[in-house]
Design a protein around this ligand. Structure first.
Ligand code: NAD
Length: 297
């Protein structure tokens, strides 16, 4: 069993720290919110007066904070973790922060011989309580193996994201997609309701098509991912249908900005000569616009 420093005892951190205690580890905890510290103390943790104190005798120090500036300050600021950190200890930032800030923190700690990895989490505070988080580990194989017993107490699945800094990258990309999709889904339902569609009918139709299921497992595998852009449903037709929905939304007064923005990608794809390609060709169009190599012909 290890001694673990834990800084940031909010919605997520408090539950994660509690699960480490239940797993038999010794916890040194700190938060600017004294009530949060007292609650963990009641569960057997040692209350600390600074981030530095959490690092005393610790094999691991975990941070679970709102943003990158706070993580930097807690690690490297006055009375920060590093001032009392052992060079054998492993710092694990589990917050969701900017990936370039993660890279800079790992590099700044490494300059002085300290070890840090990141392991942001997927799912919600209910999963933090249940110990069933999705852990997106970014670190060396050795770092991930060392931290695995802790991850197993806080989560039910650990993904080795492929090296230092990759965990936070996959977290941000995942959140980008699900957060944007949330708005697109809401646009569709608001438009459906405004034109008088029955809610359950709309949900059940869209729940059975790429609209609700997403494209990764439906339209992409046999088309763009297989290098096949022969049209099952062509870009020109997708552009036409999207145009009808945009026009309808305009007439009935429903804002659908995600739809309006996506039409420009279909416009660009058509201008680039992709009108008669499969609609999954928008992936290739985006790759091209991003200076990436295209994979399907
Ligand atoms: P939260 O605001 O509930 O908790 C943050 C904690 O950090 C608070 O207790 C706060 O007092 C403490 N804190 C702030 N500044 C501090 C400092 N300088 N020193 C010590 N403690 C300090 O937030 P949360 O929901 O627990 O989220 C934490 C991180 O986890 C965020 O990066 C968030 O994006 C990420 N996350 C949250 C969820 C979720 O469902 N809530 C899911 C996945 C990831």
């Amino acid at each position: 069993m290890a001694t673990v420093g834990f800084v940031g005892l909010g919605q997520m951190g408090a539950a994660m720290a509690a699960n480490l205690i239940k797993g038999g580890h010794t916890l040194n905890v700190y938060d600017i919110n004294k009530d949060a510290v007292a609650a963990l103390q009641g569960q057997g943790a040692k209350a600390c007066g600074s981030p530095a104190e959490t690092a005393e005798g610790a094999e691991f120090v975990i941070t679970m904070l709102p943003n990158g500036a706070l993580v930097r300050n807690v690690l490297l600021g006055e009375d920060g973790v590093v001032s009392r950190l052992s060079k054998d200890a492993l710092v694990i930032d589990m917050s969701t922060i900017h990936p370039l800030e993660t890279d800079a923190l790992i590099a700044d700690l490494a300059k002085d011989g300290y070890q840090m990895m990141e392991a942001p989490v997927g799912r919600t505070s209910d999963h933090a309580i249940a110990g069933t988080l999705l852990i997106l580990a970014g670190g060396t194989k050795e770092q991930i193996a060392k931290a695995q017993p802790l991850f197993d107490l806080m989560g039910s699945d650990t993904v080795d994201a492929g090296g230092p800094g990759k965990g936070i990258r996959v977290k941000i990309i995942n959140n980008y997609m699900s957060i944007a999709l949330n708005v697109l889904s809401a646009e569709a339902i608001a438009l459906a309701e405004k034109i008088g569609l029955d809610f359950d009918t709309a949900m059940s139709v869209m729940g059975g098509t790429p609209a609700g299921k997403g494209h990764f497992t439906t339209t992409w595998p046999n088309k763009v991912l297989a290098g096949n852009l022969d049209p099952a449903f062509m870009v020109d037709l997708a552009h036409k249908d999207l145009g009808i929905a945009l026009d309808l939304a305009n007439q009935v007064g429903v804002p659908i900005p995600m739809g309006a923005a996506s039409r420009e990608i279909y416009n660009i794809s058509r201008t680039a000569g992709r009108g008669r390609q499969d609609w999954t060709a928008v992936l290739e169009q985006l790759r091209e616009l991003s200076g990436l190599e295209t994979k399907a012909k």
